[in-house]
Ligand binder design. Structure first.
Ligand code: IPM
Ligand code: MG
Length: 357
């Protein structure tokens, strides 16, 4: 097939890990006779430095004309002082909204030989296979009113609004139920329905949407309990259906169970063009040292092949290459273990490339 892929490396380690994923995608194209065109674009802090805004119009246009977007990470201390609307993070929210990417899929799976890299005990994390389905274009991230206002008494007041409509909940619930059908057929919907009205509606709509999926088991859990259960007994979960903010928080927690946040990919889908990115950030503290783990981004490229292009065989080949590379003992620093072969970002990419069949 022919596909045009927008490549937005962004900031920090994004600039190191994205080229590794592109390297793998090029090899896949060659081996399986596809033509992928890679078109780079600016996003985040480096876009601010170049043209003054975190999400330039050209980048958005490029994304919209592409078949998929591969993204690295945005942000860093250099841009932290900027006002909110100009921060690198705004670019992420902006591109999610502009592309209508309402569903974010974050699979947290523990690789057998990385079990000991987790900060949790082997008995707890062995066999974890959770999919966080996070609503991505609604809730408190986008709700209005929002902002910081001055009060007459000189104090300030910061406001954000958690808001969901029936439609927004129904469409993300469907994504979770469909995903569960291809897995262990269990959806746990996360909310705070004991306190928040928006959660009360969320739960009601999820129960209603579930009527079309009688083969899928549905349960509900309060977010605080979900955070606790994730470290107590994570294997009980199959698909975790979350609103935007709960999904943001719980997906970081789920990621860490698997050993390193440097391992977890994500797919954001919705209207037309999908966006694929590691769930970790720009990690300014380790950027530029060739030590970042490129696996989350390479696995995101695999998700792109399967979700955006239906190239399941090719996606599987990338996953197998990752497993084989880990089996051979290659480790970046974040997942190091005694006796392992510690390699840098590019060496890890090269090793995965060599193991690609
Ligand atoms: C994520 C990140 C982003 C989010 C930030 C960087 C805007 O934490 O993708 O999980 O909160 O969605
Ligand atoms: Mg996050």
């Amino acid at each position: 097939m022919n596909a045009k892929i927008a490549v937005l490396a962004g900031d920090g380690v994004g600039r190191e890990i994205v080229p590794e994923a592109v390297k793998i995608l090029k090899a896949v194209a060659q081996k399986y006779h596809h033509t992928f065109e890679f078109v780079p674009g600016d996003i985040g802090g480096q876009a601010i430095d170049k043209v003054g805004v975190p999400l330039p119009q050209e980048t958005l246009a490029l994304a919209k004309q592409s078949d998929a977007v591969l993204l690295g990470a945005v942000g860093g201390p250099k841009w932290e002082g900027l006002e909110y609307s100009l921060r690198p993070e705004r670019a992420l929210l902006g591109i999610r909204e502009a592309l209508g990417l309402y569903a974010n899929l974050r699979p947290a799976k523990v690789y057998a030989n990385l079990v000991d890299a987790s900060t949790l005990k082997r008995e707890v994390v062995e066999g974890i296979d959770v999919l966080v389905v996070r609503e991505l274009t609604g809730g408190i991230y986008f709700g209005k009113p929002k902002g910081i206002e001055k009060l007459p008494n000189g104090e300030e007041r910061g406001v954000n609004t958690e808001v969901y409509t029936t439609d927004e909940v129904r469409r993300i619930a469907k994504v979770a139920f469909e995903a569960a059908r291809k897995r262990r057929k269990k959806v746990t919907s996360v909310d705070k329905a004991n306190v928040l009205e928006s959660s009360e509606l969320w739960r009601k709509v999820v129960i209603d949407a579930h009527k079309s999926y009688p083969d899928v088991e549905l349960s509900h859990i309060y977010v605080d309990n979900a955070a606790m259960q994730l470290v107590r007994n994570p294997r009980q979960f199959d698909v975790l259906l979350c609103n935007n903010m709960f999904g943001d928080i719980l997906s970081d927690e789920a990621a860490m169970l698997t050993g390193s946040i440097g391992m977890l990919p994500s797919a954001s889908i919705g209207a037309k063009v999908g966006l694929f990115e590691p769930i970790h950030g720009s990690a300014p503290d380790i950027a530029g040292k060739n030590i970042a783990n490129p696996i989350a981004t390479i696995a995101s490229a695999a998700m792109m092949l399967s979700y955006a292009f239906q190239l399941d065989k090719e996606a599987e080949a990338i996953e197998q290459a990752i497993v084989k590379t880990l089996d051979l003992g290659y480790r970046t620093k974040d997942i190091q273990s005694p006796g392992a072969r510690i390699v840098g970002t590019t060496e890890m990419g090269d090793a995965i490339l060599r193991n690609l069949n």
